[in-house]
Structures are given as structure tokens and as C-alpha cells.
Design a protein around this ligand. Structure first.
Ligand code: PEP
Ligand code: MG
Length: 887
């Protein structure tokens, strides 16, 4: 029989602790904390396997769950000496989600469960506080109605506002016990009107409703979006944690808070956190009241006036500080901890590995390795390579003029400029049109997740450093300023007013998530400096990396950026990009539209000096590192004249009549240019194009080597499908080389190789390898041709394939290991069989994707090549792949 329920509390936990797959992250950590004797309210976890079963059974529970839940409840009752549903000293529980990977705020929670018209009186007597009991009851009805009964939370918020208005109160805390009793009755009427049935009074019915709702919240739209964005499989499921309630809202000796054992924004080794006196946990995270700092240092640094917890509750704070040290050394990583103080007694509600910014992640990993808490290898493996992206982009220029209109909390670092959008949908709409968008909200909620993802930055008027906006933005790497209290955001009027100035939707703003500044207009930025912890960690990564990392670059500026980021060569220089320059495109068009070889050669002669100049500059920047130059590849239609002005220009350059040129253009029209006259097919049919390019490469190489600079050209032939094609073009290249060497009176070494980007090339790799010194996998085309999905049109429908589980990920982003990957492995094996020294690399977009890089390590490729900004990501991912392969 399956075991669905695991109990914890009273200094022990059932079975194996710490199994996140079974118990979810929250459940596993609660069990682990209980096991090491920390004060955790007793409870039980219903496993993630139950979630899977629940969906298999059409959203119902198997019969054998009931006795296990009953036993779990008995366990809580025994430890707390309270009874669930008893009119005297009643037990109340929380019901919370907890998946394997944390999905902050994405799933549902119900607190204070077990309250009804009878138990509320018992709670009032037990707590000696009638107001507290009725406040808990009205919170419970509101939360349960929203989460379990699916009623609109505005119904309850409006009723609360009316109750306050009637009495002339400004704050919820002014409501008396009598006011709250009346409000509870009003809430019960609202429920009865809305659903036709009264609010459930039976605690057992409440409990099962809560459990069902939490399991069902695994499949809400927002949870699905979050999983897609974070690569969390849809079949993992969530666990459900049922736990005795403890109360942070039992008066001034009670409090609730959130703490990070190190600063999640900067990584500084100092406790960071916030708390609220006389409040429940959701109050801190929801960002409705702005919380107080935990430490005196934090309070002083922020210039806040309310006392810190260290000052207001020194004894409990002392206990808490010890727990922080213990948990951090137990888990050997920065922890994010939720706690409650109930009438002076500390309770821990959660610990988890804290989400952090990329710069904090680097600092924490480097500091922990320096302190001997983790090894250098572990430090390297702890950083998410994709998160480095946050550090590689520009920050605000310190000397730029700033029109600062407000200052909030520096919730997630980085600079972002964009047009204002006041709703998540509007942010998504504008972003899809290519605009940079700042999402501006009073506060964000989990429903805003898609807009936060679409936005370049997030600005909120309310909420602290642990508010939803702050936590989610840090996780996503979006710059965020939260709690900019002087902003008045009017969602309906679509305006934001501050300091007498009004900003409308679509106007430009800039935020600095590192300082909390909000500025009108767009502020200039500067490139980041990659020193300090970044350099240290990348040094460790490089020491453990086997594969080389090259870059895909074609301008000297790109090559320089890539070298600063640590590129060890060029893996793909797409020469066609050089053809688009203003002065050249007319010559290119002249070449394409020429009527014969003579006409083409005349146009090519105009291009040769330009190409030579480009290559010389690149060879100089790369200073002896290998430079792979690919001969012309793209479908010719990409270069075709677009309008009459273009035709007129080509006519005057070539001396051919416009109507003749137009006729020729019509002749060249292709129905499917991606599978048409492109790649080496151009070199086969118009050999003079590749001859010109080969000559330009050798001339440039000899010129630069005469300057005493080493040069290492690797000439690459695109879209080969047969050994004959490569042999033909190789001969042409060798002939051009010998001619240039003779003319210029010196020689250099060079390599000739091919891209493998067609399934037939992979299959024929053994024969092709006899003409190639290297293969570079062009996995963009190889994916397109293996799956038969156009890389330019895939975006319209691939998302649905991923959502429906028909593909694990977008195969153009992360290599399709089962299909394309097998072709890569096969080509590598067959290529090596013919030519054991053949150099193998990858230059498709996958060369910058960590999961694909791990695949390349497994396949034994010599290098990966990616765009300049992804070079550090690839260096780190390659190191992690090598380290993991050793384990
Ligand atoms: C490829 O096909 O993977 C490749 C790198 O070439 P391109 O993207 O230029 O077609
Ligand atoms: Mg290609």
C-alpha cells in the first residue's frame, strides 16, 4: 500500500527526511528542521505522488488517503493538546502547497482552517482575546472563499472597506471585536448569496476542501506559466502540508517575518529580513503593510524610523539569530526562512535555499568557498549559467543626467528603461510589439507573472524587499524597484502621479534596481566591468573546463567584446553579414543580378578589397586565435532589391536596364528559399563567389602575418550534403590559396572544414570527413531540416507543442537530444572513424544553451561557439558539464 502521508513535529519526522521529490521542498525541509530539533509546529505532508494520483483519478482522492490524513491529524492533536473542531481550545491548521522546486506565490494556501461559529468562541477564550479570534475568523472566511470556493476576493475587500467607512476608521486595526463579528456575519451572507450554500461549518469538510484546492492549484494558468518559464516539468506535482497554526497576530508580543541568512540582492554576509508585529505571514509577503527591519544594522542603513526586531524583541531575535547560523551551516547555502513569534515563542514555518540575484549568487559562492564551507567545484556548480546574463548587460552611466522623480527600495538590481504599462496584459502586448516595457503597479500579485516576464523592469508603489514583486523579479533577473510610496498609481485612469507630475501609459521611465531610483525618460548606460567575484569564479570554472569556448562574431567590435568575455577563437564568422553594409549591398545585388559570369566577376572585384579589409581587422583583434570564416551561405532573396530606388541604384552601378534587372530578379524568385539556392550550392554554381572570398581571406591572412601577428584561418563550407560538394569547393580554395601565396611570396597554415547542418551530411560524415579537417555542427539548420520545421515560422506553434508535452523544450533553443542529438553523435563517430584527428565543434544557437552544452560535453566536442554575450554563460556551463561528467 502506498504511503501518502508523512508526519513531522515534536522533535522527529517520519521515514526518510529531506526527500524533496516525494515531500516537496517545503515538506522535506519542515521534516528536516523538525528532525534536528528546531521549533516547528507539528504537521504532516501529503506527498507529490498523491498529486499525480489525484489527477489520474479525475481530481478525486483514493479511499486509502482518508485514514492516513486522520492519523496525521491525531498526531498534531497529540502534540498540541488541542482538538480539531473542538469548541474548547480548538486546533486550527494551515494547508499549504510545496512543490519540488519552489514556485513562490504561484499556488494556494489556506490559513486558520478549523474555525466556525463555535470554535471561534473557543479560540477567543483560549487566547483571552476576542478581537483576535474574530479577526482570524474573518480572514479565514475570506481566504477559504477565494481559494476553495472560488469566490471573488473583491467581494470581501469591498465589505471590509464599507465596514471601516461606516465607522469612520482608516486602519483595519481600528475594527473592534464587535465590528469584526458583524463583518463575519456579512461575509457569511456574501458566501450564501454567491454560492447558494452557507459557509461550511464542518472542519472536516473545510480540511478536505483545502487539500483539494491546493492540489488543484498546481494546474492554474499562472502556475503553468511559471513552470514553463522556469523549466519545471508539469508532471512533478505538488505536495500538501497541513500544519498546526501558530499566531503572529496575538498582540504586541507576537510577530511574523521573513529572513535571508545573507543579503539576497548583494550577497553580503549579513542577516537580511523584515517582520511585522501583530500580523500573519501573508501580510509581509503581500506587501500591504510596509514591514520593519530585522536587524539594527539593516534599519540604520535604510534610515528607517521604526525599531528593528533586534531592538524590539531582543530575546527572540537572539534565538532566531542562532537558528539562522544553524540552518545555513546545515544546508551549506543561504536560506530564506519564514518564522512566527506567538506570544514570545519562536516557531519556524519554512526554510528553503534563498533566491538571489546573479551578483549575490557569485558573492555567496565565492565567500563560502573562501571560508571552506563548500569546495571551488561546488561553487562553480552552484551558479546558474543563465543568471550570469544579468551581469553582462549595461548599468546606468553614473555621469548621465538623471531626472529622479521618486525613490523606492532597491529590490532587484540592474537598470531598465521602458514605456509604462499599468497592467500585465498591456505589458505583454507592448513587449510583443518589440517595445521595452516597465510594468508599473501598486503591488504585483501572482496573476501578473506573464507581464513581469514580458517587462524589462518592474516598479511598485507598495511592498517591501520580500514582497511578491521583489522575490519574483530577483528570480527572473528583472530589475525592480518596490515600495516607491510617493507614486500614486491610478490603474483605471492609466496614470501615475508623483511630485505634481503625471505620467501616462506609454511614456518612458528608467529605474535603477540597485539604488531604488525612478527617473523620467531614458537614462544613458555603461558596459559592466567583469572583475571581482565574477572573475574569481570564472577562473575556477576555466580550470575545470575541457571544451573551448568560441564566439559567433563578424565585426571587430563583436570580436573585441567576445574576447573581453573570454572567447578563445571565432567559431562562426558569417560573411554575408558583411555584405549588408551600406556601401556594399549595391555591389552584392549587382553580382546576384548579373546576367553572366563576367558580370558577376566585375561586381565581385568591387567587394574583394572590402572583404579583405574586414578579415584583416578580425585577424588583428583575434591575435592568433583560430578564426572560422564561413563562405557565403544565405538564400539570395535576402539580398534582393526591395524597391524601385534599390533597382535604380543597381542599374546605375552595373549599367544594366532596370526592367532587365527586374526580370532577372523574377527569374531568381524561389518558392522555398531556405531549401533553395543557398549554402555551398552557391559555390558550386557560381564558383567565382567563393574564389573571391577565399582570395580575400588569404590576402588578409598574409597581410596580418607580415605584421608579425599570428593568424589561424579556418575556412568553413556551409550546407554540404555530399562529399563531392566539399571536395569540389576544397579544390577551389586550395587553388586560390596557392595563387595568393605565389603572388604575395609567403605561405600560412590554414584548415578547411564543413558545417554539418543537413541530416544527409551527418549520415555521410565518414566520406565527408576525408575532405575536412573540422566539422562544425550547424544545429539551427540541422534542427530545421531534421524536424522539418521552418526555423522562421516555428514560433507560431511550437509553444503549444511544449505546453502539451509533445516536445520537452523548444528544440531551437535546447538541442533535441533524441533526434538531432543522435545525428550529431552519429556524425561525430563516423567523422572520427575516417579522420581520428578531426576537430569537432558546434556553432548553432545551442552552443550558448547550458543544457545543450552538457550534451556537447557528453559527445566529446572540442568547442562550443556562441554569441559574444553568451560566452561567459558557455564557459560556466562547460565547466559544470565537465565536473558533472566526472561525478
Ligand atoms: C546553423 O545552421 O546552425 C548555423 C550556425 O548557420 P546559420 O544560423 O547561419 O544558418
Ligand atoms: Mg545554417
Amino acid at each position: 500500500m502506498a504511503n501518502w502521508v508523512y508526519k513531522f513535529g515534536g522533535g522527529k519526522a517520519d521515514g526518510g527526511t529531506g526527500d524533496k521529490n516525494l515531500l516537496g521542498g517545503k515538506g522535506a525541509n519542515l521534516a528536516e528542521m523538525a528532525g534536528i530539533g528546531l521549533p516547528v509546529p507539528p504537521g504532516f505532508t501529503i506527498t507529490t505522488e498523491m498529486c499525480t494520483r489525484f489527477y489520474e483519478l479525475g481530481e478525486t482522492f483514493p479511499d486509502d488517503l482518508t485514514p492516513e490524513v486522520e492519523a496525521g491529524l491525531d498526531h498534531i492533536e497529540t502534540i498540541t493538546e488541542k482538538r480539531f473542531g473542538a469548541p474548547e481550545n480548538p486546533l486550527l491548521v494551515s494547508v499549504r502547497s510545496g512543490a519540488r522546486a519552489s514556485m513562490p506565490g504561484m499556488m494556494d494556501t489556506v490559513l486558520n482552517l478549523g474555525l466556525n461559529d463555535a470554535t471561534v468562541e473557543g479560540l477567543a477564550r483560549a487566547a483571552g482575546d476576542e478581537r483576535f479570534a474574530w479577526d482570524s475568523y474573518r480572514r479565514f472566511i475570506q481566504m477559504y472563499s477565494d481559494v476553495v470556493l472560488g469566490l471573488d476576493h473583491y467581494l470581501f475587500e469591498d465589505a471590509l472597506e464599507i465596514a471601516k467607512e461606516d465607522k469612520g476608521y482608516a486602519l483595519d486595526t481600528e475594527l473592534t471585536a464587535e465590528d469584526l463579528k458583524a463583518l463575519v456575519r456579512r461575509y457569511q451572507e456574501i458566501v450564501a448569496e454567491a454560492q447558494g450554500d452557507p459557509f461550511p461549518q464542518d472542519p472536516q469538510q473545510q480540511l478536505w476542501g483545502g487539500i483539494r484546492a491546493v492540489f488543484a492549484s498546481w494546474n492554474t494558468e499562472r502556475a503553468k506559466v511559471y513552470r514553463r518559464l522556469n523549466d519545471i516539468p508539469h508532471d512533478w506535482g505538488t505536495a500538501v502540508n497541513v500544519q498546526a497554526m501558530v499566531f503572529g497576530n496575538m498582540g504586541d508580543r507576537s510577530a511574523t517575518g521573513v529572513a535571508f541568512t545573507r543579503d539576497p540582492s548583494t550577497g553580503e554576509n549579513a542577516t537580511y529580513g523584515e517582520f511585522l508585529i501583530n500580523a500573519q505571514g501573508e501580510d509581509v509577503v503581500a506587501g500591504i503593510r510596509t514591514p520593519q527591519y530585522l536587524t539594527k544594522a539593516g534599519k540604520d542603513a535604510a534610515g528607517a524610523d521604526k525599531p528593528s526586531m533586534e531592538e524590539a524583541m531582543p530575546e527572540v531575535y537572539g534565538e532566531l539569530a542562532k537558528v539562522f547560523d544553524l540552518l545555513e551551516s546545515h544546508y551549506r547555502d543561504m536560506q530564506d526562512i519564514e518564522f512566527t513569534v506567538e506570544e514570545g515563542t519562536l516557531w519556524l514555518l519554512q526554510t528553503r535555499t534563498g533566491k538571489r540575484t546573479a551578483s549575490a549568487a557569485l558573492k555567496i559562492a565565492v565567500d563560502m568557498a573562501a571560508d571552506g564551507i563548500i569546495s571551488e567545484e561546488e561553487a562553480v556548480c552552484r551558479i546558474d549559467p543563465k543568471a550570469l546574463d544579468q551581469l553582462l548587460h549595461p548599468t546606468l552611466d553614473p555621469d548621465a543626467k538623471r531626472d529622479v522623480i521618486a525613490t523606492g527600495l532597491p529590490a532587484s538590481p540592474g537598470a531598465a528603461a521602458g514605456v509604462i504599462a499599468f497592467t500585465a496584459d498591456e505589458a505583454e502586448r507592448r513587449a510583443s510589439l518589440g517595445e521595452d516595457v516597465l510594468l508599473v503597479r501598486i503591488e504585483t500579485s501572482p496573476e501578473d507573472i506573464h507581464g513581469m516576464h514580458a517587462a524589462t523592469g518592474i516598479l511598485t508603489a507598495r511592498g517591501g524587499m520580500t514582497s511578491h514583486a521583489a522575490v519574483v523579479a530577483r528570480g527572473m533577473g528583472r530589475p525592480c524597484v518596490s515600495g516607491a510610496g510617493t507614486l500614486q498609481v491610478d490603474r483605471d485612469a492609466k496614470t501615475m502621479t508623483v511630485g505634481g507630475r503625471t505620467f501616462k501609459e506609454g511614456e518612458l521611465l528608467t529605474i535603477d534596481g540597485g539604488t531604488g531610483e525612478v527617473m523620467a525618460g531614458e537614462v544613458a548606460t555603461v558596459q559592466p566591468k567583469l572583475a571581482g567575484d565574477f572573475a574569481t569564479l570564472m577562473g575556477w570554472a576555466d580550470a575545470h573546463r575541457r571544451m573551448k569556448v568560441r564566439t559567433n562574431a563578424e565585426t571587430p567590435a563583436e570580436c573585441r567584446t567576445a574576447r573581453e568575455f573570454g572567447a578563445e577563437g571565432i567559431g562562426l564568422c558569417r560573411t554575408e553579414h558583411m555584405f549588408f553594409d551600406a556601401g556594399r549591398i549595391t555591389s552584392v545585388r549587382e553580382m546576384i543580378l548579373a546576367e553572366d559570369e563576367k558580370g558577376r566577376r566585375a561586381a565581385l572585384e568591387k567587394l574583394r578589397p572590402e572583404q579583405r579589409g574586414d578579415f584583416e581587422q578580425i585577424f588583428r583583434v583575434m591575435a592568433g586565435l583560430p578564426v572560422t570564416i564561413r563562405l557565403l551561405d544565405p538564400p539570395l532573396h535576402e539580398f534582393m532589391p526591395q524597391d524601385d530606388a534599390d533597382f535604380a541604384e543597381v542599374a546605375s552601378a552595373s549599367g544594366l536596364a532596370v526592367d532587365k534587372l527586374k526580370r532577372r530578379a523574377a527569374e531568381l524568385h524561389e518558392f522555398n528559399p531556405m531549401l533553395g539556392h543557398r549554402g555551398c550550392r552557391l559555390g558550386i554554381t557560381y564558383p567565382e563567389i567563393y574564389e573571391m572570398q577565399a582570395r580575400a581571406i588569404f590576402e588578409a591572412a598574409l597581410t596580418v602575418s607580415a605584421e608579425d601577428e599570428a593568424v589561424l584561418p579556418e575556412i568553413m563550407v556551409p550546407l554540404v550534403m555530399s562529399p563531392g560538394e566539399l571536395a569540389t569547393i576544397r579544390k577551389l580554395i586550395e587553388k586560390a590559396a596557392e595563387e595568393v601565396f605565389a603572388e604575395m611570396g609567403s605561405r600560412i597554415d590554414y584548415l578547411v572544414g564543413t558545417m554539418i547542418e543537413l541530416p544527409r551530411a551527418a549520415l555521410r560524415a565518414n566520406d565527408i570527413a576525408s575532405h575536412a579537417e573540422f566539422f562544425s555542427f550547424g544545429t539551427n539548420d540541422l534542427t530545421q531540416t531534421t524536424l522539418g520545421i521552418s526555423r522562421d515560422d516555428a514560433g507560431r506553434f511550437l509553444g503549444q507543442y511544449v505546453d502539451k508535452g509533445l516536445l520537452p523544450r523548444d528544440p531551437f533553443v535546447s538541442i533535441d537530444e533524441a533526434g538531432v542529438g543522435e545525428l550529431v553523435e552519429l556524425a561525430a563517430e563516423r567523422g572520427r572513424a575516417t579522420n581520428p584527428d578531426i576537430k569537432l565543434g558546434i556553432c548553432g544557437e545551442h552552443g550558448g544553451d547550458p543544457a545543450s552544452i552538457a550534451f556537447c560535453e557528453k559527445t566529446g566536442l572540442a568547442y562550443v561557439s556562441c554569441s559574444p554575450y553568451r560566452v561567459p554563460i558557455a564557459r560556466l556551463a562547460a565547466a559544470q558539464a565537465a565536473l558533472r561528467a566526472q561525478r
